[in-house]
Design a protein around this ligand. Structure first.
Ligand code: FAD
Length: 384
């Protein structure tokens, strides 16, 4: 009997959690292919560390090393999905599918801001690596010319805060290493919200801002950025000169989804309880390209946590699909919380309803990362 063709787009947390949760029987019954822009999977939650070249264990995994040998790997960028003909088109070919699992993740959201091309983005491993290279280059220039450096981070969400803290740490270390004062090496963080991380209580938000300021980050709240110029961030009522502008003020679902015919809101498809696109039982959307109802009239925010759970759930569903069995389980999600690292050994967090700050939540974040390493790489992942 012909084995159904299953194509997975994207090797992020969602796509990898799906493929790593399938069993031998699934690979015998189905023909699985993953199409990804790169030949590797990476920890998106650690991209701020890539952007500051901070050592933080293994971040990137070769797909061939972590995936079942039966899975075909195609390293190409998908350019189009033909939902009617059931064909995925890439820059180099066309691939037919019986089932599609779209897990293409997030992209920067620029809100059509004027001058956005003057900023850099933490939205992929490659882009984040470019930021680290730029910082290195600008630092060398400042050293040679006896000047300083201004990094302006636009956006006070998780990514902006984690990057600003790592960047301030990195500049301090570099200055110390070269025996120069760090007073002309500044990191600014501009947030449009009146306080940082509004899902935290006011007290924890304040702790987050206080810790950043203690690390030397200059935090500006409640300020809307109106445009960017080369080397300049313009906001309502003022501007900041910048040697490097890093835009972290929002993400949306991948453009292959936002540009496709499927109904979506900024690249996120409102999926049903089985994670299908409405009325399309052969097409699934998981991770940051999906919007899952929280049962209270809203949608869960896109996180690595929900992406992993969706992947594991979908694998259970595929076991039934491939066996022509019925599957009654609906996807349900309960968030364990959120941890925001502020430098190497400090974090603020809301975990299982409890707010905490300090060293312990930063250890928890490391444990979450190790747990994922073990899932993708086996027991040896625990020491990577
Ligand atoms: C710095 C930072 C810190 C974060 N911290 C946390 C945190 O502490 N906790 C948390 O839960 N979440 C956190 N997040 C959010 C989390 O990383 C995302 O929600 C998560 O990565 C989504 O997983 P995903 O699998 O949907 O997509 P992604 O991880 O974005 O993976 C998508 C994959 O699809 C590929 N792809 C995209 N388009 C195409 C195409 N056209 N063709 C082929 N391949 C394509 C990409 O190359 C990528 O490999 C953080 C994000 C950042 C940037």
């Amino acid at each position: 009997m012909k084995r159904p063709k299953i194509i997975v787009i994207g090797a992020g947390y969602a796509g990898i959690a799906f493929l790593k949760s399938l069993d031998e029987e699934c690979f015998r019954l189905g023909d699985f292919t993953i199409i990804n822009k790169n030949s590797y999977h990476y920890h998106s939650t650690m991209l701020h560390k890539v952007a500051t070249a901070e050592k933080s264990g293994k971040i990137m995994f070769d797909l061939r090393e972590i995936l079942h040998p039966e899975i075909k790997i195609i390293q190409q960028a998908v350019t189009d999905i033909d939902e009617i003909g059931r064909i995925v088109t890439t820059e180099h070919g066309k691939y037919e599918y019986d089932y599609l699992v779209c897990a293409a993740g997030f992209e920067k959201e620029s809100f059509n801001l004027e001058g956005i091309e003057n900023a850099m983005f933490i939205d992929s491993y490659i882009q984040s690596g470019r930021i680290a290279e730029t910082i290195k280059l600008k630092f060398e220039n400042a050293l040679q010319n006896n000047t300083g450096m201004n990094v302006v981070v636009c956006g006070g969400g998780l990514t902006g805060i984690e990057f600003a803290a790592s960047c301030a740490d990195m500049l301090k270390h570099k200055c110390k290493f070269h025996g120069i004062s760090d007073k002309n090496f500044n990191v600014h963080l501009i947030s449009s919200t009146p306080r940082l991380l509004t899902f935290f209580s006011e007290k924890l938000s304040k702790k987050t801002a206080d810790r950043l300021e203690k690390m030397g980050v200059k935090v500006t709240h409640g300020t809307r950025i109106v445009s960017l110029d080369k080397g300049r961030v313009n906001y309502e009522g003022g501007h900041l000169e910048a040697d490097l502008i890093v835009w972290t003020a929002g993400v949306k679902g991948a453009s292959i989804v936002s540009d496709s015919d499927v109904e979506n809101d900024r690249g996120r498809v409102k999926v049903d309880a089985k994670l299908h696109a409405p009325d399309h039982s052969e097409r699934f959307y998981i991770g940051d390209v999906s919007a899952v109802s929280d049962g209270k009239g809203g949608y869960y925010p896109p996180t690595a946590q929900i992406a992993c759970e969706q992947g594991a759930y979908l694998a259970r569903q595929f076991k039934a699909i491939l066996n022509n069995a019925s599957f009654d389980e609906n996807f349900s999600f309960k968030s364990n919380g959120i941890i925001c690292s502020i430098g190497d050994s400090y974090a603020t967090a809301l975990v299982m309803g409890f707010e905490m700050s300090g060293f312990i939540p930063s250890i928890l974040k490391t444990i979450v990362k190790k747990k994922w390493n073990v899932k993708v790489f086996g027991l040896k992942g625990a020491i990577l």
